[in-house]
Design a protein around this ligand. Sequence first.
Ligand code: ZN
Length: 240
Amino acid sequence: MEAARIITGLPIFTNTEYLYRETGWERLEERRTRRKLQLCYNIQNGSTPSYLLDLIPPTIQSTTIYPLRNGNDIIVPFCRLSLTRDSFVSATVREWNNLNLSVRNLDTLSKFKKAIRSSISMPIPRHYSYGPRKLNIILTQLRCNASFLNYDLCKVKILSNASCNCGAPCENSHHFFFDCDKYTDNREIIFNSLNWLPSNINIDVNLLTKGSDLLTYVENITIFKHAFKYIKDSKRFTIV
Ligand SMILES: [Zn+2]
């Protein structure tokens, strides 16, 4: 998973990664890995025809009398070519060996599927679904830079001018939350309300629209409550 840099405790994702994080969709690569591991689990537990079990190499421990730390790993077949290295058996054995032993030894397929799904896929932050629906949608649009602010509309050619009514040349999420003269009073309220945040957490657009992985669920929804109030009190968006 390519969660790129970390700045002030917040992972910085590319636009595609944002989409996956918002929707909880699984990448094709992750889906292939998960299916291969599930088949490997079934093979190991005798739920498939025996000719499939014959394809899987023995464990390292079965080749020696000495106890080894990686004795439960399956021997990775030697591959001279990348073509064979990426083949089912070789690739699956490598993925299987990377799993924790506790996951490999789970007693049912459903527990195994649940464990590998949470370890492979990026979960949607629970606080993303918090709050009144309309305000939650607006905050999501601001988070994804796909809002009704003039800069976002200008990006998709709906408007030709990204400037704000206050005279600033660019009405984007940062300007809306932190710079626009029209919302100075609302901004003061939100800053005063967030003075409990630890010093390593910066109050910025990322924090107001995404929360932080360093904070608890309750702390994140508290931030979202203030962001919702700011959005509502600003009257910048139509909230029916
Ligand atoms: Zn403005």
